[in-house]
Design a protein around this ligand. Structure first.
Ligand code: TXE
Length: 483
């Protein structure tokens, strides 16, 4: 560890108490692999079951808590995240590797999410209806689902847990939160704030460790009523299969292979900006990243030339260094996966335009240049989620062809189009087979107060975020009464 840097020692939070792990693990800084960011507690099955029991025991009290109490707690968490965004952003940049400005913005977003759901706690919806029978009144109310397990990935270690934990608590559920193993210090920092916001013991629990042991225990446990997961498609499918028999409520946000269509009438500089931002920022490690750039033939070569010029000058470096535009890849395994896709692309006959090679910086880290390829629709780099700074360009012959290429994917998270034509923009919004569309905007980068999610292999279950989150975190009760 270098001088002046804090090494965190995150513990689990079980029933309001900080407890050491069955074993310990470490997280390291991807910008400088010599630096250990955290030595964290790793749970076994037994500790995970204790956290589940704590959440189940806390449920009767929290599920009947007043909206005011929930709003106050969530508002306090949101205020602290916003007040500490620089400090927590620095921790996030160190542990995950996104650039400092991106990390600070993510913490602020998490803060805003808590504040949004503080408001939602005061607006829990219900309806009163006239019955078809005389003298009978019908009330439709929403109640908490119960104990919710939150299984999070590493790529947004503050924002994704925030958009799951905040609605879970707002609607009266209790929580067991498992962060990804690569980012325990971020998960712990969020949990530490939650531990001081006035929640009764056991309402919110943090448990760290492997997906195989901790994650699997959460998924299989009969006292866990609902699971909200973001991560890879294979893990998501495994969770769905494992929970089907016991009918747990499941919400899955998984991969993407998001298209950005650039039509011949587009403002080309704007389109290049959208592609650069959407494909490479956050090192391409976003489920909404634009990994397929579908470009109309008349502007294809010029678009590729302009994007390449931008890539040549993109500053790849240490996440904490001022001026860095793209940080390192999160870890060695992901870097290896990215490199293997570079080899697959070459082997399948895609045309290499720029980048992709490993690069060295002053500190030892997982650095690679952003990569651009010209591909055919059947190439694996045009079909599979890589989750790295690798994009490919597909040539389209007019709008209809571009739309069919955009929809030619098993994924359906987000799709964007750059055009000055209202006709094509509106048609694309209607016919893109996705959960979110963007016109003249990057596919990545969404608001915190509106629904997030996709179709096809990208998502399963009801939407996250905004007031639509109530669908997952509540269950509806219809009450009849003879008036
Ligand atoms: O994901 P996992 P990983 C993709 C991306 C990346 C790949 C692997 O392509 O290269 O997934 O990343 C927990 N039961 N995305 O390994 O395995 C795990 O501990 C219950 C895309 O991080 O899906 C972690 O907390 N839980 C994605 C979480 O699931 C289990 C974002 C995600 O891990 C489990 C992240 C199990 N059997 C990765 N196994 C996106 N599109 O946003 C693992 N976990």
């Amino acid at each position: 560890m270098k001088q002046g840097e804090i090494r965190h020692q995150p513990r689990h939070l079980i029933n309001g108490r900080w407890v050491i792990g069955a074993t310990t693990g470490v997280s390291t800084n991807p910008s400088d692999t010599r630096e250990v960011v955290a030595e964290f507690a790793r749970a076994d099955r037994n500790q995970t079951e204790q956290a589940i029991a704590a959440a189940a025991d806390a449920l009767p009290q929290w599920s009947l808590s007043t909206p005011q109490r929930r709003a106050d707690a969530l508002d306090q968490v949101g205020s602290e995240l916003l007040a500490r965004k620089e400090e927590l952003g620095a921790l996030l940049a160190r542990e995950e590797g996104k650039t400092l400005p991106e990390a600070i913005a993510e913490v602020a977003r998490a803060g805003n999410i808590f504040k949004f759901f503080a408001g939602e706690a005061l607006r829990i919806p219900g309806e009163t209806m006239a019955s078809v029978r005389p003298g009978v009144q019908v009330d439709i109310t929403r109640e908490p689902v119960g104990v919710v397990a939150i299984i999070a990935p590493w790529n947004f270690p503050f924002a994704i847990p925030a958009w799951k934990i905040a609605p879970a608590l707002a609607y009266g559920n209790t929580v067991v939160f498992k962060p990804a193993e690569l980012v325990p210090a971020c998960g712990w920092a969020l949990a530490e704030i939650l531990s001081r916001c006035g929640l009764p013991a056991g309402t919110f629990n943090l448990i760290m460790g492997s997906g195989r042991e901790v994650g699997q225990t959460l998924v299989e446990h009969p006292r866990v009523n609902a699971i909200s997961f973001t991560g890879s498609v294979p893990t998501g499918r495994r969770i769905l299969t494992a929970t089907a028999a016991r009918q747990a409520k499941v919400q899955l946000e998984m991969g993407g292979k998001n298209p950005l269509v650039v039509l011949a009438d587009a403002d080309l500089d704007q389109a290049v900006d959208c592609a650069l931002q959407g494909s490479y920022f956050s090192t391409g490690q976003r489920c909404t990243a634009s990994s397929r750039l579908i470009v109309d033939a008349p502007v294809h070569d010029e678009f590729v030339a302009r994007l390449t010029r931008r890539l040549e000058s993109l500053k790849v470096g240490h996440a904490m260094t001022r001026g860095t535009e793209m940080g390192p890849v999160v870890d060695g395994a992901q870097l290896e996966q990215n490199q293997s896709y570079m080899a697959i692309a070459a082997h399948e006959g895609a045309q290499h335009v720029w980048g992709g090679e490993l690069v060295e910086r002053e500190t030892p880290g997982h650095y690679m240049n952003p990569a651009l390829w010209l591909a055919e629709p059947h190439h694996r780099i045009a079909r599979e989620e890589i989750f790295g700074p690798i994009a490919c360009v597909l040539r389209a012959d007019g709008y209809e062809h571009a739309l069919s290429l955009a929809n030619d994917t098993p994924f359906g998270l987000c799709a964007g189009i750059c055009t000055t034509s209202l006709k094509y923009a509106m048609h694309f919004r209607r016919h893109a087979q996705v959960g979110m569309t963007m016109v003249n905007l990057p596919t990545a980068g969404v608001d915190f107060h509106v629904p997030f999610g996709g179709r096809k292999d990208s998502s399963h279950g009801s939407r996250e975020q905004g007031r639509y989150a109530a669908e997952f975190y509540t269950t509806v009760k219809t009450g009849y009464m003879l008036a």
